[in-house]
Write a new protein. Structure first.
Length: 134
């Protein structure tokens, strides 16, 4: 049990906890324009939001045991900090579609975020094929 920014945590600081993950919502849109019968291109936008996780000891005895081992009473809520996230990604996508095969490529860049959010560029490559089984 240690705050989010703690670098080294002793093994005596371990405890069994109850974890209540935060609620989340995500929306992705990719309106595409048909450039030909097989090709389409367009912009993408993705939004993700997650509320804070909540941690609690499974029993009061777990809290007492941890305080006895470390010498300091520690609230389980120290782990709640830094678990909320929010980001917006914008990008570009192209697709190819023909009978029996589909492919696509997209690039998205994180343009804004809050919490522990990597300023990542996301690349997606999709390939699908379908065959008749019987």
């Amino acid at each position: 049990m240690a705050p989010f920014d703690a670098l080294l945590v002793p093994a005596t600081a371990t405890a069994n906890l109850q974890w209540d993950p935060g609620d989340y919502a995500a929306v992705d849109v990719a309106p595409l324009v048909n450039l030909s019968h097989e090709f389409a291109a367009g912009f993408t936008a993705g939004y993700f939001s997650k509320t804070r996780d909540h941690y609690a000891y499974r029993s009061a005895q777990d809290s007492i045991d941890l305080a006895a081992r470390t010498g300091v009473p520690t609230a389980a809520s120290v782990l709640d900090a830094g678990t909320a996230q929010r980001w917006l990604r914008l990008g570009f996508a192209v697709t190819y579609h023909a009978p029996g095969v589909e492919g696509g490529f997209s690039i998205e860049q994180t343009v804004t975020g809050a919490g522990v959010v990597p300023a990542a560029t996301v690349y997606r490559i999709v390939f699908r094929t379908s065959k008749k089984l019987f």
